[in-house]
Design a protein around this ligand. Sequence first.
Ligand code: PMP
Ligand code: GLN
Length: 398
Amino acid sequence: MTAVVVSDRETSGRSLLNRRLDGLGTTIFAEMSALATATGAINLGQGFPDTDGPEEIREAAVRALRDGRGNQYPPGPGVPELRTAVAGHQSRRYGLSFDPDTEVLITAGATEAIAATLLALLEPGDEVIAFEPYYDSYAACIAMAGATRVPLTLRAPDFRPDLDALRDAVTPRTRLLLLNSPHNPTGMVLTPAELAAIAELAVERDLLVVTDEVYEHLVFDGVHTPLISLPGMRERTVSISSAGKTFSFTGWKVGWVMADGPLISAVRTAKQYLTYVSAGPFQYAIAEALRLPDTYFDGFRVDLRRKRDLLGDGLLAAGFEVYQPEGTYFITTDITPFGEKDAYAFCRTLPERCGVVAIPNSVFYDDPDAGRSQVRFTFCKRDDVLTEATTRLQLLAS
Ligand code: PMP
Ligand code: GLN
C-alpha cells in the first residue's frame, strides 16, 4: 500500500516532505561529516571533540548502567539527581535559584530542548527573531511550529548585533527572541551592555526570550552571563544548555531547560511527546560532571583557548582571513584572499584539494550575500590534528 501512495505522489510531482520542511534537506553537519568519512579527510567541520571527556565521568556512566540506574524509563522530567545538579550548577556559577522539581527539565540534548520550547510556545504565524548565521535546528524548529523566522544579521568582522535593527525588527507578531551566546558559528559573545539592551527591549515589548547557552563554559575573555539573570527576564526567559560541549561527550545527548514553572510546564508538555525521556544512565553521569570542581571548567577553557590560537595562527599562515572568536570552539574565516567567493563550493572540494573538511557558514544565512564566502573550522581536536590540518591548508595558496 505504501508503495502505491509513494508512486501516486511521485507521479503527481508532489514532494513527500511537507511544505514546512521544504528546502531543509540534510543538515550540513551530516553532509560534511559524511564527506570526511568518504574521503578520509581531517574533519574540522562538525563540532565534536576527538578526545572523550573526563574518565571518571565515563566511569560514572558505566557504573550507572551496571547498577541498573536509568536502564528503564527514568521520570519524564529527568532523574532528580540531575535536576538537582543542574540547579546547583546555576546557583554556584551564576547565583541563580531554580527549583529542581518545577523549574528544571532534562531533555535529549539542547536540540530537543529547543524543539520542545519552540513547539510549546509558538503559534502558526508568530514571528521569531534570531541572529543569522543561525544554528541550523532553529530554522527547522521554527518551520515545524509554523512560525516565521526574522533574521538579525551579524556581520563580519566583529559580528556584533545591531541593536537598532533588532528594535526595528520587532512587530506586533513577534512572539520571541531566540538568542545564542556564545554564538555558533561566529564565536561572538554578547557584552553586558548588549544583554541589558536586549532585556530592556524584551520587557518593553513583552517578548519571550529563549537563550541557547550550550557554550557557556567556552568564553575566553570575561564571563558568561545568563540573560535570565537580568531584571525583568526571569518570568519571560527559557534558558537552555547541555552537557555535550562542556564535558566532551556530544554523543550522550543530555540537555536541560531552566525557567519559571509555567514556562517549564508548557515546554514539558511538548517534550513528553517528542522523546518522553532520554539517556537514563547518562543522566546520572552528567549529574556527577556538573559537580566537578572549578579546576575542571577552568582547565577546559584554558585548553580550548590555546587550541583556538593554534588553529587561528595556522589558518592565518595558510592565507585565510580569520575572525577571532570570543567564545565557542569554532573559528569563522573568509576565503576571499584565495580569490574564491562561494563557501559551499569551497567546502565541497576542500577534501580533494587538501584533505580537510570545514563548514560553509553561507548555509546559515537567509541573506545569501552576508556569509557567502565564510567558512567555519572547529578547534576541539588534538594539537597534532590541528597542526596537520593547517599544514595541509597551506596547499591552497600554492
Ligand atoms: N545549539 C548550538 C548553538 C549548538 O552548537 C549545538 C550543537 N552542540 C546545539 C544547540 C545542540 O546541542 P546538543 O548536542 O546538546 O543537542
Ligand atoms: N553543534 C555542532 C556544530 O555546530 C553540530 C551538531 C549537529 O551535528 N547537529 O558543529
